[in-house]
Design a protein around this ligand. Structure first.
Ligand code: PLP
Length: 464
């Protein structure tokens, strides 16, 4: 019997005992690897990149780490995710097996994939935008509630990429009273559980399944996330089984160690986030003194809440585009925003920031006022109508056609302009002339559009 150890202790033990691996991975702790990469990364990541540390009961150590995450979150069960929040969303929908889901059309691309894979029909809510800022508002709880007459589940994005949230407690209560499920994409809100000064967390509002990007707002490495089971409405083994369908059988120890450590770090509590909120308040005030409007709670309609650690700066105020401003900040001022849209730049502040990093940011925005270029806004068309179920369109017969000939067809895959990364076309959507024109235009402007071929073709449904 092996001694109970944490994942980190297991990896250390392997090194201390100087075990030699006749097993994968073939680089064998960095013995066979490109020298340039080795000298850049150092040996540590290769030493820890083990498939199965001897001296560790892996299942037991993983379970213990997950229990720690569960206890901290107050969940019924928590699962480490090594295929990102994307994997967690796929598993959440697969595990809850709804025939129809009510959701905002501005959801992340992984949500559309989950519906197609699970064979669930979407009942889309088309979000309104916030005038002036032109960002999507979370749909009204009543609109989700109205969808519950036919849908078996609600899928909420909480918060949005711009940090917008709501208190969904009444909706969740109503959904449960109708025996419906509530799944939450909390990719941008893992820190909500840690402080009352942030919007309420999905788990405390009673959600059934919650997926969080620990790599976005926790200390884990990119791709490492958490899935929490919040109630007993879905069985734990169904979630575990769904995860087995969508996750790799070879979890990276680097990701696992970083998740284990992220949970330990979370145990320090929310004080670090409260300091971040103070720093964000300071940055907001200074940016406003420079002449940049920064989204605040007062700009939002009643009921919409803001994660104030995130700064949404309206550069359109000075005739600039968010995308152009983000490019300037990166190339000239060497500060890299989280994302940008036509009107705004979104900046992520975390406990890693301090006055010095805010100083750099302010310097960058100071230069942007002087040197940033004015650029006309390109307004996206309204979302298309749904013509076919995402599953039929994604898994049915398909073919490529030149974008210019696609109006009137049904989209066969996701077409996602970056920024902001929200699908303009989802599988099953009716492609309109306005979508073709918009995609053609933004391609000319040099935006990245995921889902078109390099020669500008688009995949359409050809099932008749
Ligand atoms: C709202 C939202 N949900 C889900 C995801 C997917 O997360 P991951 O990249 O961890 O797969 C993202 C990623 O950007 C996101 O923004």
């Amino acid at each position: 019997m092996t001694e109970m150890r944490t994942l980190l202790e297991g990896v250390r033990k392997y090194m201390e005992e100087q075990l030699y691996p006749f097993q994968t991975p073939a680089h064998k702790q960095g013995r066979w690897v490109d020298e340039k990469l080795l000298s850049f990364l150092g040996k540590a990541p290769f030493l820890a990149d083990l498939s199965e540390p001897a001296g560790l009961d892996f299942a037991e150590a993983l379970e213990a780490a997950q229990r720690r995450a569960r206890d901290l979150a107050g969940a019924k069960a928590s699962f480490f995710l090594w295929n990102g929040t994307t994997g967690g969303i796929l598993a959440a929908v697969l595990a809850s097996r709804p025939k129809q889901v009510v959701l905002s059309r501005s959801a992340h691309r992984s949500v559309f994939a989950s519906l197609a894979l699970a064979g669930a029909e979407p009942r889309y809510l088309y979000p309104r935008t916030l005038p002036g800022w032109e960002i999507f508002l979370p749909p009204d709880p009543q609109d989700y509630a109205a969808g519950l007459d036919t849908a078996e589940a609600v899928l909420l994005t909480h918060p949005s990429y711009w940090g917008l949230a709501r208190n969904w407690q009444d909706l969740i209560f109503l959904a449960h009273s109708m025996d419906k499920l509530v799944l939450v994409d909390q990719a941008h809100g893992p820190h909500f559980r840690l402080s009352r000064k942030l919007p309420p967390s999905a788990l405390e509002m009673g959600a059934d399944l919650v997926v969080e990007s620990t790599h976005k707002l926790g200390t884990a490495f990119t791709q490492a996330s958490l899935l929490h089971l919040g109630t007993e409405r879905i069985e734990q083994h169904s979630v575990a089984e769904a995860l087995r369908l969508v996750q790799s059988t070879s979890p990276s120890f680097l990701l696992l160690l970083s998740l284990e450590a992220a949970v330990v770090k979370e145990e320090e509590g929310g004080a670090v986030w409260e300091k971040t909120l103070e720093l964000a308040r300071f940055a907001r005030q200074k940016l406003e003194e420079q002449g940049w409007p920064v989204l605040s709670q007062a700009d939002l309609p009643p009921g919409v809440l803001l994660d104030e650690s995130r700064l949404v700066v309206r550069v359109r105020e000075r005739g600039q585009s968010g995308i152009g401003a983000a490019r300037f900040l990166k190339e000239e001022a060497k500060v890299v925003p989280e994302m940008a849209d036509q009107h705004n730049v979104v900046l992520l502040l975390t406990p890693a920031d301090d006055e010095a990093s805010i100083g750099r940011l302010l310097e960058g925005f100071g230069r942007l006022i002087q040197e940033g270029k004015r650029e006309a806004a390109v307004s996206p068309p309204p979302f298309p109508e749904l013509a076919l179920s995402p599953r039929q369109a994604l898994l049915g017969p398909k073919g490529l056609v030149p974008l210019a000939e696609a109006a009137g067809e049904v989209a066969g895959n996701l077409v996602v302009p970056y920024p902001p990364g929200i699908p303009l076309l989802a599988p099953g959507d009716a492609i309109g002339k306005e979508h073709v024109e918009y995609l053609t235009w933004i391609k000319k402007l040099g935006w990245q559009v995921d889902g078109l071929t390099s020669s500008g073709e688009i995949l359409i449904y050809q099932g008749g």
